[in-house]
Design a protein around this ligand. Sequence first.
Ligand code: PHE
Length: 345
Amino acid sequence: MENLELEQVCGKAEEELNAVDDLNALQQLKANYLGKKGFVATIMANLKDLTIEKRKELGMKSNQVKQALEARFEAKRKAIENKIVQAKLATETIDVTLPGVKFNVGAIHPLQKTIMDLEDLYISMGYTVAEGPEIETDEYCFEKLNLPKGHPARDMQDTFYINPELLLRSQTSPVQVRTMLQESGKPIKIICPGKVYRRDADDATHSHQFMQCEGLVLGKDVTLADLKGALLEMARMMFGKERNIRLRPSFFPFTEPSVEVDVSCSRCGGKGCSMCKNTGWIEILGAGMVNNNVLRMCGYNPDKIQGYAFGIGVERVTMLKYHIDDIRNFYLNDIRFLNQFKEVK
Ligand code: PHE
């Protein structure tokens, strides 16, 4: 009778184990069979009422059944856990053949691109990059550049004054002054890119804030021919290897002689078109040999050292290079405008 019960326990357990497929149910089932009040424990508790022989025999069998059941439950637990892991792996599989997610990358702003190109070019020619403040003194922005107070040429640049001595710089030329005063008599080879401000009404070709890239080279026997070489390289880097430049006489208070520099038109190659107003040439910058007065005021002896300065209009050359017809586009930052420069290398 007891024997049979024990065998029945095994059969029933096997049947119920087959039906279980989650860990909670398994736990419950295990308690029914192997727990303190489970089938096996109950059988074992009843042994005390049997004869010694029967108790021995049934006790041994009960232990065997208990061990066998423990092994079966353990195996079933592992099987269920394995099934869970496999299901998880199946849902988390990575399909390595799927195309990647496209990141929405930005583009370098065209003005920044021009400045980077200019810096690369001039650094390769031995220049260093210098910077100066945007709030300047009247002394550095004008007086030391041979433009004393009341000089008529001040009208060329309508300036934002903060007070009679302080202003928003209207050109990057004061960085020349600062560098000369600092180097006091030593040779100089710098470019200074930066923002400048003028009291201009904004329109397609004017902006109250724009950018210049100034150049200054001082040394023994630096000539106008060196200046032409430095600018020709720049024009060819910006507008193509076939470009030429020409120098036209002009006037700036801080240079003597002064020149305005034209580049041969990149659209018509010099034949004449609407972009160059049928002249074949487009004006791109002002330049000249540093005026002796400026050299003296900034601590240089013009008999020993001389050189040239140039001022590139960053917007101007960028507009010409990328055929942009309104300067305001640079500052509106319309994403449709900026996106066009994604491919520009
Ligand atoms: N600073 C001048 C301007 O803004 C340009 C320039 C720079 C001319 C250096 C000559 C030499 O008009």
